[in-house]
Design a protein around this ligand. Sequence first.
Ligand SMILES: [Zn+2]
Length: 383
Amino acid sequence: MKYDRKPCPSSPGMPVLQGRPLSGNAPSPKRAARLSHYLFLGRGDYLLSDVPLDRIDPKWRRAAEVSADPADWSFSWNLDAWRRKLDALKSLGAERLYLVMNGFELPYPSRKHPQLVEPDHVNVTHEFLQSALDHAARIGLEVVAGFSTTGHCDRALQVYPDLAGVHADGQRWKCAMCHNHPQAQLFVFDVLDEVLDRYQGFSGVFLHPPEVGEYCHCIHCAKTYRSETGRDLAEQDEAGRMSWFWQTGMTFLSSLYDRIRARNAHLDLYSCTIPGVWRRHFDAIAPLLPPDIKLIHWRYGRFDDAARNQLGSDLRLFTAHGHRVSFANSVIFACSSMTDAELRENNRVVNRFVQGFGVDEIVYFVGPVWKQERIAAGSVSPE
Ligand SMILES: [Zn+2]
């Protein structure tokens, strides 16, 4: 829910505008929406633990988004620090926290994949997460466990390169597995099962589909297609191959939801949109997404006329198959060029706009870096 990183293929071409662009003002909001935040337990998909904080990709160095001070990064926080952060979110009006449990590496002492952990993460060296979750429950803050499924898994692909998707030229993807590879599916099961076994008290599970804008060329995709259709995948045109790849992705995602339901039928289930791809293929993949899955649609940055038209089009599309939709704003990413006051007004206007489309939850993206004043300024309560 961030962006398409190189060298994974980015979403192809310009977004396709679906439906009729909006003109004039947005519909009026109907009711107050829930306020939530989205935070990484560890470094998430920002950087690997062996990359110094001051060596982070220049696009992330903007002062409002990253910091060279480890104390600002969630991987360095102990239980007391987490309690203070959870209290701070609650004081901003947050009712729910989406806590991303993996990413490039694993911010917990994994027994199944110990070579993938963030070795300096405090939850690895002095495990505290269960106590933090207990604190969240005490103060009335729901916590949803988030997982990046087959995407954002750079360290795992260094250790298990054969699980990666494949480009047209035969090169392996660098940041996403192929969901049609049986061993990749087992890897996702491992992470999901281990976290849900290890920690108790989550109110739900959020599954982030991979942010890839290219279909996969691996032998497992070819084999799966042949077994489904009796035909050769290469005979499909570009649009058909992309649509089929995402249909198989949605089928895998649905199997993960079934797996979660079998463990605990009371967990709320979430996913998010991958707008650059889903705008073109949502009508084909939406019927495979169970209707009780809540989608988080996201867009960060300034809300100009072009953004307004695109967002209105997106929200009509992503609500068209009956799924409830939340909306993710940012208080960090892509907002650096705004002053605190501009960010606050920007988010207020966006919130009002999306609520007009039935959005009943605003999720503020924080990521792995805590900037107290910025978070307070940007976390506008929905009206
Ligand atoms: Zn594949």
